[in-house]
Design a protein around this ligand. Structure first.
Ligand SMILES: NC(=O)c1ccc[n+]([C@@H]2O[C@H](COP(=O)([O-])OP(=O)(O)OC[C@H]3O[C@@H](n4cnc5c(N)ncnc54)[C@H](O)[C@@H]3O)[C@@H](O)[C@H]2O)c1
Length: 469
């Protein structure tokens, strides 16, 4: 039987299997070994029961915008119907396609507005194969019981490596030498060019990226200090400092790896640049609001700051193209680009083949776990709920997934309905107006299943139900 709700299930089985599109070549090794850890149609474990669709092709997944082939192979491995498109779709086509799919995978171009989502009759889950989720109407998705997943950390290593490249490039003025030679100027200089060995790196924000960077920088012989609002155990011989000011005073290179919040807005501005060592370098590959760029321009002009590398900006062009980065976008653009030793990159910190592949694996795995097991850990709009797997020999066990409005009395109502069966385990959590309950109940005959579904379906707070068995 299926992981879909019973009404959807009937539609699903009535619909002809419709496999269209081609996913291209399928990679093997590291992905394959990772995929071996996923639930399979035929369990290789003696102990874990596989909760998922048992008849090939009852789960329809629409993948748009050329999501990485790692995702395609994970879904195919599960036996789902996969429709793969290289590009996004015009809204009218998208509306048609979304009508009967159970899952959709997108990147940033596809806008899943309420106008589009209201046509989705069977949609259970959305996978954003990227960092942001602004392209999805999260409120609509949440109130209609559609879980949304993304991949915030798959590109941490890529960003850390870019920053390493920038540290050396700034210290050796590589950007300027390269531009000069492109225009025929030979300028062999060593004045104010440095090795990075023995220099001090100050990391603001010691999370996924900051901590990766710390390890790489130490491997090049740098001393690492970091400042974070949370006390975090150091990797290697890095040291946490209690204040931002202390970090700024100690560092030859200051790099930002914090989220965009009210507290981090213009976190580095005129007073912070003044507090830095003379000739320090500044790097920002976090978010565009973290550095006050006009203040940075002034600090560079005053030779206080010897160079900067920026990958992110308060306003960024919506698409690639010549002339897109201009004064209309950010009023300081021409002043910034005229300064020496300023490396500017178009928000490519996380843009590598490896990151795309990791995003494919991470999001496809989250979707698979949600579809097959109801596990919502990592969802951006749902409470994070998970239950351990069912034992293989638990034959008459049903997993109830009940998404509901967060109002008093729901547990009592649901447990009354389930009370004729043994509730083996149960977990419920809420997030604002929405709550999610998972329960494994045993001693359930096939004939009870429809009855349980009908009773749960009639409860007032219900948003959506799935029964896995
Ligand atoms: N350039 C790119 O392409 C790219 C790619 C990925 C991520 N990013 C950005 O990089 C940043 C860091 O990402 P991450 O994955 O390391 O995030 P993370 O959540 O793992 O780490 C952020 C760290 O910053 C700390 N922090 C939060 N507020 C702070 C404050 N006011 N002062 C000091 N520390 C503070 C947190 O405690 C946490 O340790 C984010 O802004 C993210 O959007 C950029």
């Amino acid at each position: 039987m299926s992981a879909l709700d019973i009404n959807n299930l009937q539609n699903t089985f009535q619909n002809a299997i419709n496999l269209s599109g081609s996913a291209g070549a399928v990679s093997t090794s590291p992905t394959q070994s990772f995929m071996d850890t996923l639930p399979r149609r035929m369990s290789t474990s003696k102990h874990a029961k596989v909760l998922k669709p048992f008849s090939t092709g009852d789960m329809k997944i629409l993948l748009l915008e050329n999501v990485n082939e790692t995702a395609v192979s994970i879904f195919k491995e599960q036996g789902y119907q996969v429709e793969f498109n290289k590009s996004s779709l015009p809204e009218d086509e998208l509306i048609k396609k979304i009508e009967d799919v159970h899952a959709i995978g997108i990147r940033s171009k596809t806008k899943l507005t309420s106008n589009v989502l209201k046509h989705a009759k069977n949609l259970v889950v959305i996978g954003c194969f990227c960092i942001g989720t602004n392209q999805v109407d999260l409120e609509y998705a949440t109130t209609h019981g559609i879980a949304v997943f993304n991949s915030p950390f798959s590109n941490s290593r890529s960003v850390a490596e870019l920053v390493i490249a920038e540290i050396i490039s700034l210290a050796r003025q590589l950007g300027d030498r390269s531009i000069e030679l492109h225009t025929g100027t030979w300028n062999k200089v060593s004045n104010k060019c440095w090795e990075v060995r023995g220099k001090t790196l100050g990391i603001i924000g010691y999370g996924h990226i900051g901590s990766q960077l710390s390890v790489l920088a130490e491997a090049m012989g740098m001393h690492v200090f970091y400042y974070d609002t949370v006390t975090i155990m150091a990797l290697g011989t890095a040291k946490q400092v209690p204040t931002l000011d202390e970090l700024l005073k100690k560092s030859d290179f200051v790099t930002c790896h914090v989220p965009a919040t009210a507290e981090t807005k213009n976190m580095l501005s005129a007073p912070q640049f003044a507090a830095m060592k003379d000739g320090a370098y500044v790097i920002n590959a976090s978010r565009g609001t973290v550095i006050d760029i006009p203040a940075l321009v002034q600090a560079c002009k005053a030779n206080k700051i010897a160079g900067a590398a920026l990958d992110v900006y308060p306003n960024e062009p919506g698409k690639n193209g010549a002339g897109a980065f201009n004064d209309d976008l950010n009023s300081w653009t021409s002043e910034l680009v005229s300064l020496p030793n300023i490396i500017l990159t178009p928000h490519i910190g996380g843009s590598t083949e490896e990151a795309q592949s990791a995003i494919g694996v991470e999001v496809a795995t989250s979707l698979t776990k949600y579809i097959n097991e109801g596990n919502s850990v990592g969802s951006v709009n749902f409470p994070e709920v998970s239950l351990r797997s069912l034992d293989y020999d638990q034959e008459n066990t049903v997993r109830v997934l009940y998404i509901h409005h967060n109002v008093p009395g729901v547990l009592k109502t649901v447990n009354n309905i389930l009370s004729n069966h043994n509730i083996e385990k149960q977990f419920s959590d809420s997030n604002g107006d929405i709550a999610y309950l998972m329960a494994d109940i045993s001693s359930v005959d096939q004939s009870d299943i429809k009855d349980i579904y009908t009773q749960l379906n009639e409860t007032d707070p219900k948003i959506s139900i799935r029964l896995l068995y």
